[in-house]
Design a protein around this ligand. Structure first.
Ligand SMILES: Nc1nc2c(ncn2[C@@H]2O[C@H](COP(=O)(O)OP(=O)(O)OP(=O)(O)O)[C@@H](O)[C@H]2O)c(=O)[nH]1
Ligand SMILES: [Mg+2]
Length: 207
């Protein structure tokens, strides 16, 4: 049983990662990706999403996580069950903050999720506020599709160095790094697959 927690600033894509994962499981797509295998969804809880600005859905994102989202799944062949938690990122709301604190404590495997198209400063502020971390964590650079730089690889290398230095100061080591696109996007299918593989790999290797 692996408990995985996705932590990161507002709107980096934590809920989208979980939703894409559920989609791949329900449509049996997880079996077709490299390193994939059949898994069942046991339970999902997205009831902690709040609709924002319903009158203006075009310009604003539509929902925001208040209570942590949760997905329980099982590997079909060996029956091992895992849970993935994704609390909201808006730590200025006391109730959202409670979710962040709780998940940072109960999830042994933490994935620090970043939106790669956004500056690091505000995203670091989120993590500066989380007091408890395991000694080793995973990194996820999401929204790869939105990186504007021509040389995305060079940009990401630099981005990753800064993030590793940030966690290094807190004596936190990085176990692995995943580059993802959490919104379904045919052009970036490889990165959609990566999103799903990330969760499966972390679950399998810590079971
Ligand atoms: N282009 C692009 N958009 C993404 C990607 N991942 C998420 N999004 C979009 O980013 C917005 C925020 O996604 P959420 O999944 O709600 O983000 P979150 O981190 O769960 O947000 P909070 O829980 O409120 O902190 C939504 O409009 C998503 O559709 C991605 O990889 N690429
Ligand atoms: Mg969310």
């Amino acid at each position: 049983m692996t408990n995985i927690g996705l932590l990161g600033a507002v709107s980096v894509g934590k809920t989208s990662i979980l939703r894409l994962f559920v989609k791949y499981l329900k449509k049996n797509m997880i079996e077709t990706i490299e390193g994939g295998k059949a898994c069942d969804v046991n339970k999902t809880d997205f009831s902690g999403e709040t609709v924002l600005n319903p009158s203006n859905p075009e310009t604003d994102k539509e929902t925001k996580t208040v209570h942590p989202n949760r997905v329980m799944f099982k590997e079909k062949d060996n029956g091992r069950a895992h849970t993935v938690f994704a609390p909201g990122g808006d730590r200025t709301w006391a109730v959202v903050r409670m979710g962040i604190i709780t998940i940072s404590r109960i999830a042994k495997q933490i994935v620090a999720v970043f939106a790669a198209d956004r500056p690091l400063k505000e995203q670091f502020e989120f993590f500066n506020d989380v007091r408890y971390f395991p000694k080793q964590i995973y990194l996820c650079f999401n929204k790869y599709d939105l990186i504007k730089e021509d040389d995305k690889e060079k940009f990401l290398k630099d981005y990753q160095e800064k993030v590793e230095a940030f966690f290094g100061k807190r004596k936190i080591k990085i176990k692995d790094v995943f580059i993802t696109v959490a919104d379904t996007n045919k052009e970036f299918k490889e990165f959609n697959d990566n999103t799903v593989r990330m969760i499966l790999d972390i679950a399998k290797s810590n079971a």
